[in-house]
Design a protein around this ligand. Structure first.
Ligand code: FAD
Ligand code: NAG
Ligand code: NAG
Ligand code: NAG
Ligand code: NAG
Ligand code: NAG
Ligand code: NAG
Ligand code: NAG
Ligand code: NAG
Ligand code: NAG
Ligand code: NAG
Ligand code: NAG
Ligand code: NAG
Length: 597
């Protein structure tokens, strides 16, 4: 289980007297909870005396339902909020996707704390960290990083816990939780550190590491500006953690670029405990790498300064359909509708649209159908081009619906096809994304960035290949402004700059499923990934929404930037304290990321 734990212990003892000044270099294995090298109580109290808030001991979110009889109130909370992303983000021990809270042993035994107590499985800690620092300030982060380095702990940096590869949690680890670093500062004018005084940016926002998108949107709105950010139920994704470090897409990206394209300056604590400022003038290599090189890899970002854009009215469109068909899987009528959507995607992008196409299994009696949620800011004189591009697609859909019948492949019903003008992006975001209830399940994703030329060359093949994928989403979040940025200007995977669409699919399972059943879901994902590779062999995938089953993950997630990203990582993280699953440098570690290979 931990073959080299003894070596770890020996090396740590041999350096223990030098700990105050020297960090042990390149130990073979991390020190885990339960190992003899794990810090003792007095060492933890010493750490506690250096930070603002008491140390935390994270617990799995369902654990209140397992305490003896007297926890009904708490367990009620668990029942009410299980699927609420903000309730989860508020807890140091919760992930958004519950499977990452569990731990699967090699023999198939699963350690978990299930929501469903009727399964009669005892509640265990699983992959939830053991103890950690609830950081409020950069100096808290510095103290915690130095402690983790000195004791060679398996370190976890957690913000909201949205990560789709569970990178913000690990069994027997030490946690630095940055969720409560909620500072927000608006700058009427902003000159990056080290920049000439003439390099002035108007109306920027500096967001503390724990600020979530709903809070950033509220702040931007109060200053009548727009900020490019993620869209999810409750706005729960973090604005300044993994989201932008992996790229950061938005419905606004075709207009204003990705998250990485909007960052002006960062502050970051590196593994030596230094607190650095990084921008295009100072530590510019670190600045380059942090914009796309992945969360949890270069250090702990303590704040991000984003550019903003003027708030304008926007045009929003919403299409909702139902389909009745006797065909299992994608019906012929859905195939026709989606093929047309893929055909016009380049046109929609050129007309300024960005947003989400979601597929949902119908209620009993109906079958798989699609929904569109797109916007375009009214930046350019009139949005008549945008209106007519989407209108011509809706005209097609309407004809398809009129012609449709069970005999010809299914009945299409268009339940809504609206184009509306709204006052602002904020009006749209608050109308469509502030309700809760999107998370709290078990999920594995697969994905691919679809290049514009692949879509243009063979839209029929694209539609045919995508539709059978389970849990399909088709996000129009690239192209436009994303493609206009030079791929060498950030560390981000160059595949993003040629892409038009980021397509995601996934599989789910019920609590209590066996390790073997979960592996079956994995096999479906693998098969889907193979098809997507065949469709777009030269492209890549989005680090933040992708699969651990990618056959060549480093190349797929970072492309030709990998070597440079690795060099910069080793320069700023010589102790390799920051290692995450399939991240830069992860190839030097075993599957659990606990021992070097
Ligand atoms: C419901 C849902 C909706 C989503 N919507 C979008 C979307 O609209 N657009 C989009 O691009 N993506 C979206 N994502 C994916 C999202 O970008 C990733 O899950 C991302 O990793 C979340 O980052 P986080 O910091 O909020 O989460 P966490 O899980 O806490 O962290 C993710 C990774 O970043 C590291 N990390 C976190 N904070 C820091 C920090 N301050 N410094 C260094 N490392 C850090 C962690 O160690 C971990 O490796 C969504 C995910 C979910 C579950
Ligand atoms: C239940 O817990 C509360 C708060 O911890 C305590 O005050 C109360 O005495 C407990 N009740 C019982 C029956 O144990
Ligand atoms: C999360 O915590 C914040 C701050 O304490 C609180 O305002 C908010 O209501 C909490 N959200 C949920 C869903 O519990
Ligand atoms: C599987 O391995 C774990 C950890 O070693 C052990 O606790 C558990 O009892 C094992 N289960 C079975 C069925 O062998
Ligand atoms: C909980 O588990 C029990 C026992 O397997 C099962 O019958 C029940 O359907 C489950 N409940 C939910 C909500 O999944
Ligand atoms: C929050 O921002 C203010 C400036 O707006 C600054 O004075 C303060 O130190 C910051 N607090 C933290 C904890 O970073
Ligand atoms: C910033 O604002 C000033 C004063 O309003 C204006 O002159 C300048 O053009 C603006 N700069 C940019 C880059 O928009
Ligand atoms: C607005 O139109 C101008 C001129 O055609 C173009 O250069 C610019 O990219 C457009 N802006 C957006 C956000 O589409
Ligand atoms: C686009 O459509 C919306 C909604 O119908 C309408 O309010 C707006 O005026 C249209 N814009 C143009 C330029 O036609
Ligand atoms: C693109 O949109 C414009 C404006 O509606 C339309 O005239 C043109 O035919 C469209 N092209 C395609 C390929 O759909
Ligand atoms: C609908 O049927 C009419 C008449 O047969 C045909 O001209 C038209 O192409 C059909 N439209 C679609 C979208 O199938
Ligand atoms: C579906 O229904 C149509 C018309 O009722 C029928 O011709 C066709 O054979 C059915 N297909 C299946 C797979 O049942
Ligand atoms: C289509 O939608 C309309 C209203 O949106 C509804 O009255 C009708 O029953 C639906 N038909 C089918 C076949 O779903």
């Amino acid at each position: 289980m931990k073959p080299l734990a003894q070596l770890c212990m020996f090396l740590l003892f041999s350096t223990v007297f030098a700990l105050a000044t020297l960090v042990p270099a390149n130990l073979q294995c991390r020190c885990l909870f339960g190992d003899a090298c794990w810090p003792i109580a007095t060492q933890f109290s010493d750490l506690a005396s250096q930070v603002s808030l008491p140390l935390i001991q994270p617990i799995p979110p369902a654990s209140p339902c397992y305490r003896s009889l007297n926890s009904s109130t708490n367990c009620n909370d668990v029942h009410l909020n299980w699927a609420d992303g903000n309730w989860r983000a508020n807890q140091s021990g919760a992930m958004q996707s519950t499977n990452f809270e569990t731990f699967i042993w090699p023999n198939g035994t699963i350690d978990a704390c299930y929501f469903n107590t009727s399964l009669n499985v005892p509640c265990t800690q699983g992959s939830v960290p053991i103890i950690g620092v609830n950081a409020q300030t950069p100096s808290d982060v510095q103290a915690a990083v130095k402690f983790a380095s000195a004791h060679n702990l398996r370190l976890i940096v957690k913000n909201t816990g949205h990560d789709y590869l569970g990178r913000s949690t690990a069994k027997d680890s030490f946690l630095i939780w940055i969720h409560n670093m909620k500072n927000i500062t608006f700058h009427e004018t902003f000159v990056p550190t080290g920049a000439p005084p003439t390099e002035v940016y108007n109306k920027t926002l500096t967001l503390g590491a724990g600020v979530q998108w709903y809070e950033a949107y509220d702040a931007a709105h109060s200053h009548n500006v727009v900020i490019v950010g993620g869209l999810s139920a409750g706005g729960s994704v973090g604005s300044s953690g993994g989201w932008f470090q992996g790229g950061g897409h938005s419905a606004l990206s075709p207009s204003f670029g990705l998250g990485v394209d909007n960052v002006l300056e960062l502050t970051v604590v590196t593994s030596t405990g230094e607190h650095l400022t990084a921008n295009s003038h100072i530590h510019s290599d670190l600045f380059w790498a942090l914009r796309g090189g992945g969360g949890g890899t270069y250090g702990i970002v303590t704040s991000v300064t984003y550019r903003t854009h003027p708030s304008t009215p926007i045009t929003a469109t919403f299409l909702s359909t139902t389909i009745i068909s006797n065909v299992t899987g994608p019906s012929p009528i859905l195939t026709k509708l989606f093929t047309e959507l893929v055909r016009v995607t380049p046109n929609l992008s050129d007309s300024g649209w960005g947003g989400y196409t979601l597929f949902y299994p119908g209620t009993p009696g109906t079958s798989l159908a699609l929904q569109i949620l797109y916007i375009t800011p009214n930046l350019n004189v009139s949005n008549s081009v945008a209106n007519s591009s989407i209108q011509s697609f809706y005209d097609y859909a309407q004809q398809l619906a009129t012609n449709s019948s069970m005999e010809t492949g299914g009945l299409l019903n268009i339940t809504a096809a609206v184009i509306i003008e709204l006052d602002s992006f904020y009006a749209w975001e608050t109308q469509y994304f502030r309700s809760s209830g999107q998370v709290g399940g078990n999920i594995e994703l697969g994905s691919r960035l679809l290049p514009r030329n692949v879509i243009e060359n063979d839209y029929e093949k694209v539609a045919k290949m995508l539709l059978p994928l389970p849990g399909l989403n088709y996000y129009l979040v690239a192209g436009g402004a994303v493609s206009r940025v030079n791929s060498s200007s950030t560390g981000l995977n160059p595949a993003w700059r040629k892409a038009l669409v980021h397509t995601v699919f996934g599989g789910t399972w019920q609590e209590g499923a066996s390790a073997q059943e979960i592996m079956q879901v994995g096999n479906t994902i693998k098969a889907g990934i193979a098809n997507l590779h065949a469709l777009a062999p030269d492209s890549g995938a989005y680090f933040n929404e992708a699969s651990k089953f990618e056959p060549d993950p480093l190349n797929t997630f970072f492309g030709s930037h990998y070597k440079a990203l690795k060099d910069i990582k080793l320069k700023y993280d010589p102790y390799e304290l920051f290692i995450v699953s399939k991240g830069v440098g992860s190839e030097d570690w075993d599957e659990d990321l606990n021992c070097k290979v």
